[in-house]
Design a binder for this molecule. Structure first.
Ligand code: GRF
Length: 201
């Protein structure tokens, strides 16, 4: 029997350049074992939603403030993931910490990309430009990005892949972020494909 493609959901909050890289990877055959079946945003105005719409991918946006608790919010997302028969969840600039209902339902089936070489510069409060500001402040000469499995400890799940870049003396957080983002766009799709190869649906 032919193996069916895994249904992927991408969770976003912002620009969605990683989402765009994942969409491209499906279209160009870098990702062959999965298809993006749903994009979920917790921000109605996230540009990522526009990208998903342009690509004809079903989208859902939901506001945390419309729910009583973080868990209720995640239960709502979970019901949509289930309705779309999602097999693997990809966090791509998703700015919320996941709670039990999602973590338990998708145990070892949620991946994230983080813009540093974890375990360095990770954890609660270490996101977006804050990561790059801190890297530059400490004066280290190498940074990068990490794809990891998501568990209940923020940025501490098993590491699947990393890519490194140089940090130059004249770097700003913006210039460093751009250099790392380029690597993210290559690393995330390649790692997803590798992960799916050994994936049991
Ligand atoms: C990326 O740097 C990613 O590593 C981090 O959030 C950023 C998202 O960027 N988790 P984008 O929305 O994919 O452009």
């Amino acid at each position: 029997m032919e193996k069916r493609k895994a249904n992927l959901a991408v969770l976003v909050s912002g620009s969605g350049s990683n989402l765009a890289a994942l969409i491209d990877a499906v279209n160009t055959g870098i990702i062959t074992e999965g298809m993006i079946s749903l994009v979920v945003s917790n921000k109605k105005d996230a540009y990522a939603l526009q990208r998903a719409e342009n690509a004809g991918i079903p989208c859902l946006s939901a506001k945390r403030s419309d729910f009583a608790t973080d868990e209720e919010f995640d239960k709502h997302l979970l019901s949509s993931l289930k309705a779309h028969r999602i097999d693997l969840v990809l966090l791509a600039g998703y700015m919320r910490i996941l709670t039990k209902p999602l973590l338990e339902a998708y145990n070892e089936r949620i991946l994230n990309i983080h813009p540093s070489l974890l375990p360095e510069f990770g954890g609660i409060g270490m996101y977006g430009m804050k990561v790059h500001e801190e890297v530059i402040r400490t004066g280290i000469t190498v940074s990068g990005c990490t794809v990891h499995i998501v568990n209940e400890h923020v940025d501490q799940g098993p590491i699947l892949a990393q890519a490194s870049v140089s940090v130059f003396p004249d770097d700003t957080p913006d210039s460093l972020a751009a250099r790392i983002l380029k690597e993210e766009h290559r690393l995330y799709p390649a790692t997803v494909e590798k992960f799916l190869t050994g994936f049991r649906i």
